[in-house]
Design a binder for this molecule. Structure first.
Ligand code: PEP
Length: 258
């Protein structure tokens, strides 16, 4: 039997372009994504281009249903933080969304749980809709810490925030061992973590909020693996890296649930 709370959650599929594309490639990719997906209403589509191309992509996506987000932000509002980008800057170039705590920010650039929490607060203060990324490393999975690691990352980020502040929150479960490795989690592996993440959100913010919050899976998703993941009860979307750089494949992923 269908769970009515589950069916209310519209899938949200994000394309994280990482450090790829030039200006012209980014604008072309945005145009292609728009052409292929703007009229598709069964899922919400988001793209996360590199910082320098956000303004140009915003123009290309103006008056469309494709949401625009940044891949990161700094938690300070302004000041002597060379190379950093603030939440207000992102808003001013047309971003509505932002990734917070992506595993490459955590493990390549050293963002710890506290920094991720500060970034989440800065995003919310500026009115950006956050995609909070969490996920365990391979050695943590092997030592049986998967649930504990994801719960810790979630708790540190969400502690002290309320459901009104978090009304647009999307969570992305992205096991570090699956990102960019070609090793996709099985639908069953994703489902068991998503169910536990939802339970943890319920403990922090209440059952009604937990039932409504959307939890994406991310990690080496391709067109051929998307439908199986999206078929699981607690998988409400996908965050796609490499495969989002090809508009045709990304469109197939966004349409996979149908
Ligand atoms: C990501 O960047 O969030 C991601 C999941 O990358 P990939 O799909 O390439 O593993």
């Amino acid at each position: 039997m269908e769970n009515p709370l589950t069916t209310k959650r519209k899938p949200v599929i994000g394309g994280n372009w990482k450090m790829h594309t030039t200006l012209s490639e980014a604008v072309d990719l945005a145009s292609e994504v728009r052409n292929r997906l703007n009229s598709y209403g069964a899922a919400q589509t988001l793209v996360f281009p590199p910082f320098p191309f956000l303004g140009a992509v915003a123009q290309r996506l103006a008056d469309s249903h494709i949401g625009l987000g940044a891949q990161d932000l700094h938690f300070e509002k302004k000041g002597a933080f060379t190379g950093a980008v603030s939440a207000d800057m992102l808003v001013s170039v047309g971003c509505a969304w932002v990734l917070v705590g992506h595993s490459e920010r955590r493990h390549v650039f050293g963002d710890g749980d506290e920094v991720v929490g500060k970034k989440l607060r800065a995003a919310l203060t500026a009115g950006l809709k956050p995609v909070l990324c969490i996920g365990e490393k391979l050695e943590e999975r092997k030592s049986g810490e998967t649930f504990a690691v994801n719960r810790r990352q979630l708790r540190t980020a969400l502690q002290g925030l309320d459901t009104a502040q978090l009304q647009h929150l999307v969570i992305a479960y992205e096991p570090v061992w699956a990102i960019g490795t070609g090793l996709v989690a099985t639908p069953e592996q994703a489902q068991e973590v998503h169910a536990d993440v939802r339970a943890a959100v319920g403990e922090l913010l209440g059952g009604a909020f937990a039932a409504a919050v959307r939890i994406q899976y991310g990690g080496s998703v391709k067109a051929e693996t998307a439908a199986g993941l999206l078929a699981k009860a607690d998988v409400d979307g996908l965050l796609v890296g490499g495969a989002s750089l090809k508009a045709e494949e990304f469109a197939a992923i966004v349409r996979a649930r149908a």
